[in-house]
Design a binder for this molecule. Structure first.
Ligand SMILES: Cc1cc2nc3c(=O)[nH]c(=O)nc-3n(C[C@H](O)[C@H](O)[C@H](O)COP(=O)(O)OP(=O)(O)OC[C@H]3O[C@@H](n4cnc5c(N)ncnc54)[C@H](O)[C@@H]3O)c2cc1C
Length: 388
């Protein structure tokens, strides 16, 4: 089998790239190990930067995000039982964020690709990649019926997430930068209307808590927990009691409801450099991950492919490979900016087991909520910097 661009992974990065290339009449095949149902139900990120929504709009797949997404103009930082608003739009010349679940973005992209009748092979797991130093890289994959096959292309894009095959295959040629954080997040999805109109990031002596939203009837909440946290030790009552304690401020109530889903997410920063190896390009979580406190993972994945798509077009249409040569360097500038911001938000908002670091970060947060200049810096990064 042959195509121009083979895309491994139908997450936000792979599907968005497929869509951007479709609009340029470039042939693509998307190989996805999971089923359509699985990828459309996988609850993960939910904060879209304005540039992400604008890109989805331009690609003709942003209609539902615009109609159903919740537009936010600010976020709340809570410290010492006091809430402080970061007026995102006022501090950034009117920019916004949109609350719209990652699984909804994926549904919209899958629907568009299915409607266009383009190849999107669910249940097909890429098992190896070869010939990336030639003009015809290949991906081997096992189909849903257990048979194996091979896809030959002009370019391969590894958009197969943090646990995919692309990065490990080129790992010996990569420099990998990593940081583990000494805590994790216990996240819940609850069938209850959000108790807030804007996200609340709370720093508390017992640990961080985040009140996020998914829709007018569904809330997403997180608690800082231990890296090896045992979920069985967290019955629903205990989760709600802990959330009540960490969010407590006078005159405000956190509404409780049935918990639909719970899980523990580790906090890690990873960047694999470079993001290009011959004719294999890494995009999204395949190349880097950030701790979720800055809400950057999904946005970075989409930014990578916004940077990559025109470069692929230049190569395949005009034979110009300057853009592809430069892809890694350009994408990594943005990735490192997001790493720094995500690290700053994570360190500042969480209880740190090192007492010196903990007091330092507490002082930093108190400064941020008191300083117009510091709030503007948080706002600029939170709404997202330009793609390049
Ligand atoms: C539990 C959780 C919570 C998160 N919360 C947030 C958040 O609140 N805010 C935020 O900004 N970010 C968050 N993130 C990060 C965000 O979800 C990711 O950054 C985003 O999914 C990256 O998109 P992607 O397309 O690069 O990778 P993915 O979404 O991981 O997509 C990769 C795709 O490749 C497929 N795949 C993997 N291996 C193969 C293979 N061998 N062959 C074929 N297909 C393969 C996978 O099934 C998957 O569909 C969270 C992540 C997790 C895991």
């Amino acid at each position: 089998m042959r195509t121009q661009v083979g895309i491994i992974g139908a997450g936000p990065a792979g599907l968005t790239l497929g869509r951007l290339l479709e609009l340029e009449d470039i042939d693509t095949v998307v190989i996805e190990s999971r089923s359509r149902e699985y990828v459309e139900q996988r609850v993960r990120a939910g904060v879209l930067e304005q540039a992400t929504v604008d890109l989805l709009d331009e690609a003709g797949v942003g209609g539902r995000a615009r109609a159903e997404g919740l537009v936010h103009h600010g976020v709340i930082l809570q410290v010492d039982g006091q809430r402080h608003r970061i007026a995102l739009s006022d501090l950034t010349g009117g920019r916004i964020i949109v609350i719209y679940g990652q699984q909804e973005v994926v549904k919209d992209l899958v629907a568009a690709r299915v409607e266009s009748g383009l190849p999107l092979w669910f249940g097909s797991e890429c098992t190896s990649i070869s010939d990336i130093d030639t003009d015809h890289p290949r991906a081997r994959f096992a189909g849903p019926d257990g048979t194996t096959d091979e896809l030959e292309c002009d370019l391969l894009v590894g958009a197969d997430g943090f646990h995919g095959v692309s990065r490990p295959l080129v790992a010996p040629q990569c420099q990998v930068f990593e940081r583990d954080y000494p805590f994790a997040w216990l996240g819940i999805l609850a069938a209850v209307a959000p108790s807030t109109d804007e996200l609340i990031y709370a720093r508390h002596d017992r640990g961080f808590a985040l009140h996020s939203l998914r829709s007018p009837t569904v809330s997403r909440l997180y608690l800082q927990c231990a890296v090896e946290e045992d979920l069985d030790a967290w019955p629903d009552d205990r989760i709600w009691a802990e959330l009540q304690t960490r969010f407590a401020v006078d005159g405000w109530t956190l509404d409780e409801g049935p918990i639909l889903e719970k899980g523990v997410t580790p906090m890690r920063s990873v960047v694999a450099e470079p993001m290009r190896h011959g004719r294999l390009l890494l995009a999204g979580d395949a190349g880097h991950i950030v701790p979720p406190t800055g809400a950057k993972g999904l946005n970075l994945a989409i930014a990578d492919v916004a940077i990559l798509a025109p470069r692929i077009v230049d190569l395949l249409r005009n034979g110009d490979d300057a853009g592809i040569e430069d892809y890694s360097q350009t994408a990594l500038r943005r990735v490192w900016r997001a790493q720094d911001f995500s690290n700053e938000m994570t360190s500042m908002m969480h209880k740190n087991p090192d007492p010196f670091e903990d007091r330092r970060q507490h002082a930093r947060l108190r400064y941020v909520v008191a300083s117009e200049a510091a709030k503007r810096s948080i706002a600029e990064n939170y709404v997202g910097l330009p793609f390049w």
